[in-house]
Design a protein around this ligand. Structure first.
Ligand code: FAD
Length: 384
């Protein structure tokens, strides 16, 4: 796609987002509400489904375009966490789904008739140690019976489908600990109340995260995604896209903070001059700008490799680390620049500040990225 087309997408998303003011997002933050109208419009206008191939009703574009969409959503002051998962969870169906699954689900997702916003991996007792997860799926005839627990599963109450990772062969019976895990597509509406219990978690940001309890949930065996026992691969294959998209969101957040801070520093008069005339105020904003723009270059590099089908694990991880740190720094500087007003909700900065903090922890924490770089890039000993 030419740069001009990318710019058109950017402007169109910007225009769409301008219909949803920061007060809209503040209202939802206050009540824990979900941006149903916003997500619907982003879907029906084709932006949330850019990655779905044309044969299934999507735009068939690349990660570059998807990143521009998510960056602009964040830059507008919105909280992309309400809808970003569809962009990367959908890749599991696309890459590993059977023909039947792709034909059944993807056109409906592209048309906005089905929402695939939920991704169930994390468990309360095993956390980042994914291969030790304890939720089990046992095959009985033409069904799987699922028992266990998940935590922090976001948007499930606003999703029709969830990709779930569960163990189908005990860890003691597999030679590689990544084997024996399987991925499933769960029909959330059918499961809820019939073996699946959903309990919302009250949390620091309006992210619609829940605890899930599986008690003999029966699902059709056809809902297996990919090969039985190879589910870790299904999840792993989507991780580079996920890291890069989250990094693009952080670039959007970072640019939002820098724009807000520089505008406020230019207009706020104290001691009869703009506060931004003081280098103690100006330099941190300028530094944040340089950090965000440097991180954006790494995101660009990762996207280029991804869209060219080249390996990009290191670049995707590094982009996510740098962008999440840059957006957090920019948020901190924006808070400081606004002084006491930063704490007033009507300025929106404290909300964005809370929201961007997440990305140093989820979907993968900074330490785990550093472990990846230490082990896989720098060839140092594995630490866990
Ligand atoms: C708002 C929110 C939404 C989320 N949404 C989802 C979702 O939709 N689906 C889903 O599956 N999960 C979701 N998560 C979970 C998220 O992916 C995890 O919280 C994250 O991966 C960290 O896992 P943990 O919380 O269990 O931390 P832990 O694994 O307990 O780690 C705690 C701390 O210890 C560090 N640590 C752990 N092990 C090591 C090590 N070996 N070396 C160095 N440091 C280490 C970590 O870096 C971290 O800082 C969400 C979380 C939040 C907060």
């Amino acid at each position: 796609m030419e740069n001009q087309d990318i710019e058109e997408i950017r402007q169109a998303v910007r225009q769409l987002c301008s219909n949803y003011s920061e007060d809209y997002w503040l209202g939802l933050d206050r009540t824990g509400g979900y941006p149903t109208d916003f997500v619907k419009e982003l879907t029906t206008s084709g932006f949330l489904t850019v990655l779905i191939p044309e044969e299934y009703g999507g735009a068939g574009l690349g990660l570059r375009e998807a990143c521009v969409v998510m960056e602009e959503v964040c830059r507008s002051g919105a909280h992309a966490g309400a809808c970003h998962a569809q962009m990367y969870v959908m890749g599991s169906v696309l890459r590993h789904g059977s023909d039947y699954q792709k034909k059944t689900y993807l056109p409906k997702i592209a048309a906005g008739e089905l929402r695939l916003q939920s991704f169930g991996v994390t468990e309360p007792t095993t956390g980042t140690d994914t291969t030790s997860l304890k939720t089990v799926a046992k095959k009985e005839g033409d069904e799987y019976v699922i028992n266990g627990q998940k935590v922090w599963i976001s948007r499930i109450e606003h999703s029709d489908l969830m990709v779930l990772l569960a163990r189908t062969t005990p860890q003691s019976e597999v030679s590689k600990k990544t084997d024996g895990l399987s991925a499933f597509l769960i029909d959330v509406q059918a499961a809820n109340g019939n073996g699946l219990t959903i309990q919302p978690i009250e949390s620091m940001i309006n992210h619609h995260s829940c605890e899930l309890f599986f008690d003999d949930l029966r699902i059709p065996a056809d809902n297996l995604l990919g090969e039985e026992g190879k589910g870790f691969r299904v999840i792993l294959d989507g991780m580079n896209a996920e890291r890069i998209l989250i990094a693009a969101e952080c670039i959007g957040d970072g640019r939002y903070f820098v724009d807000k801070a520089s505008a406020y520093a230019t207009n706020r008069i104290v001691f009869k001059r703009p506060i931004g005339q003081n280098q103690g105020v100006q330099f941190p904003i300028a530094r944040s700008y340089t950090q965000v723009e440097a991180a954006a270059l790494m995101v660009d590099k990762a996207v280029d490799l991804f869209d060219a089908g080249e390996p990009c694990g290191a670049e995707a991880n590094i982009a996510k680390l740098l962008a999440s740190e840059a957006s957090w720094q920019a948020g901190d500087v924006c808070m400081q620049t606004h002084g006491g007003f930063a704490f007033a909700k009507e300025y929106h900065i404290e909300r964005k500040f809370r929201e961007t903090r997440l990305y140093q922890i989820a979907p993968i924490s900074t330490n785990l990225i550093l472990s990846f770089v230490g082990e896989h890039v720098l060839k140092m000993p594995r630490s866990y």
